[in-house]
Write a protein of this length. Structure first.
Length: 205
């Protein structure tokens, strides 16, 4: 099923012969032993969510590929994971002999998952909303994701982790709107704010 979606996304951006070795490399990356949240569980949750809103995307194939690449590199001791992942995505599109414009759009989509600012591009907004849907998930899944992230940052002392996590979650909660698209805003905004507030309370924030 996932391979079918991979093939479809490449067809939609103009390449009928999807690179299945690249697919296997990405699956291997998402399955690395040091990961607990940024795993195939997260990727598949994103892909399943995107399937529900695929019809609203301008270039759905690009968004789907961006989801595959957005945490392809994930090392919690580094701060350039999205950049490295975005470069890999762009290089893969260029190696498939597709237009540079397509490669650049895919690079920009992956970089949008740094969540540093609300994107202006509509497809990027949809991608970011899918990636942030975990914030508005059922409390049990949100709490599980919180524990998974702590595991990934096991190398960080508890006090430092709590301070950093309070900052990140607090910045999200302070946004006037967490989700750009109406679909995700109407379904996830309220539970996301409740989850964030609860997590901050646990952290002493």
């Amino acid at each position: 099923m996932r391979l079918d979606g991979w093939r479809r996304s490449w067809r939609e951006i103009g390449q009928p012969a999807a690179d299945e070795e690249l697919f296997r490399r990405l699956v291997s990356c998402w399955g690395e032993a040091h990961r607990r949240y940024h795993t195939l569980q997260h990727l598949y949750e994103c892909l399943d969510l995107f399937e529900q809103v695929r019809g609203t995307a301008r270039r759905p194939g690009e968004i789907e590929l961006a989801l595959w690449f957005h945490d392809a590199f994930y090392d919690p001791t580094r701060d350039d994971n999205e950049e490295r992942s975005a470069h890999w995505a762009r290089d893969s599109v260029l190696q498939a002999r597709l237009p540079a414009e397509t490669a650049d759009r895919l690079h920009a989509l992956v970089m949008a998952t740094r969540h540093e600012a609300v994107p202006e591009d509509e497809d990027a907004q949809l991608l970011v909303d899918v990636d942030l849907a975990i914030l508005g998930s059922e409390p049990a899944r949100f709490d599980e994701s919180d524990d998974q992230i702590r595991f990934e940052y096991a190398h960080v002392p508890e006090d430092d982790f709590r301070a950093g996590r309070r900052r990140v979650l607090g910045e999200f909660l302070a946004r006037p709107r967490l989700y750009s698209t109406e679909y995700f805003h109407s379904r996830y905004e309220r539970p996301a704010r409740e989850n964030l507030a609860r997590a901050l309370a646990r952290l002493g924030g």
